[in-house]
Write a protein that binds this ligand. Structure first.
Ligand SMILES: Nc1ncnc2c1ncn2[C@@H]1O[C@H](COP(=O)(O)OP(=O)(O)O)[C@@H](O)[C@H]1O
Ligand SMILES: [Mg+2]
Length: 312
């Protein structure tokens, strides 16, 4: 596979503070890559560096095999960007906004008409073509912002936290739209601090913290690098403190978290953890209402790598 983006050892400082610290990764053609990290971890800064909107102190960035510079107009015409903050013209209607942004790249009027219609359809704004941005809900406004960024059919698309504070319907529309863009050939970089989104959407995930890539792989690979391999939740009828010590001594148990009558037991890799626990509970005649096993989440990965929660 061809590399579409090559980021090599980028350091970006604000004064003495390193917003990006030796950042390095590649993105291959056709991938949806998720850049997952908490607020302030450097997601937007890295996008701005990749687009050459921001100067950096060290390192190099290639896009489509060419060094990226502020003058890389040819490269930029193949890129679509959806910034974290919505940027549309308040005085232009939905259709006119998309037509304006598309017109920066597509000069042929008939082709543009077709592209604008396709973008409107993709984000589901058909009924709102003649609305002004201020007449749209937050979710619809985000969808307009996306349509403006992708109408010219770019082959590389950056989306910076496009689902923050949107309703579930718009969120689904946005995630489905991104999958469709990818199916039609676009490479996607998607930043978010929502782990569920990268799990649902991305082929590969880069976890970023304090300006550094701390993990890089598929969700299965990332979950494979941590000690926790399985989490079992048990909801007891009533809590008896000495259950905890007994369960802690069981094979493969790493840790137990208890809240009210619910225990969350983390296990390291091993066979039959759930079965062993059920057998133990039945031997001890301990009653429970519910018991179920789950795989670790990306939050568990983040927690184990950094010692803190991904969620804010
Ligand atoms: N113009 C700036 N001046 C100083 N610090 C900045 C500036 N822009 C961003 N930062 C800092 O750089 C870090 C990374 O910011 P950012 O890339 O916006 O994070 P994210 O997008 O992951 O939330 C944060 O600590 C932020 O406060
Ligand atoms: Mg940001």
């Amino acid at each position: 596979m061809k590399n579409v983006i090559e980021v090599k050892k980028i350091t970006k400082k604000y004064g003495e503070f390193k917003a990006l610290d030796n950042l390095q990764f590649n993105v291959e053609e056709g991938e949806i890559v998720g850049l997952l990290g908490p607020n302030g971890s450097g997601k937007s800064t890295s996008i701005n560096c990749m687009l050459s909107l921001l100067k950096f102190d060290k390192g190099s960035i290639k896009i489509f095999d060419k060094e990226m510079t502020p003058e890389s107009y040819e490269t930029k015409s193949k890129i679509g960007v959806i910034f974290q903050d919505v940027a549309v013209f308040e005085e232009l209607k939905v259709y006119e906004n998309i037509d304006y942004f598309c017109g920066l790249y597509i000069k042929d009027k008939h082709v543009r008409e077709e592209y604008v219609e396709e973008a409107i359809k993709l984000v589901g704004l058909n009924e709102f073509k003649n609305h002004l941005p201020k007449q749209l809900s937050g979710g619809l406004l985000r969808r307009l912002n996306i349509a403006c960024g992708i109408a010219h059919k770019p082959s590389l698309i950056f989306l910076d936290e496009p689902t923050v504070a949107v309703d579930p319907q718009s969120r689904n529309n946005i995630l489905e739209g991104i999958k469709k863009l990818n199916k039609s050939g676009a490479t996607i970089i998607y930043t978010t601090h929502y782990m569920e989104e990268v799990e649902q959407l991305c082929d590969r995930i880069l976890i970023i913290d304090k300006g550094k890539i701390i993990a890089n792989g598929t969700k299965e690979e990332l979950k494979g690098i941590i000690d926790i391999a399985e989490k079992v939740t048990v909801e007891f009828e009533e809590l008896e403190k000495d259950y905890i010590d007994k369960i802690k001594k069981q094979r493969n148990v790493l840790d137990i978290d208890s809240k009210n009558n619910t225990f969350k037991i983390s296990y390291k890799k091993g066979k039959n953890n759930l079965v062993n626990l059920i057998n133990f509970l039945s031997d001890e005649k301990i009653k429970y209402n519910k018991i179920y096993s789950e795989l670790p989440t990306l939050n568990d990965v983040f927690l184990e790598l950094t010692g803190k929660e991904l969620r804010d």
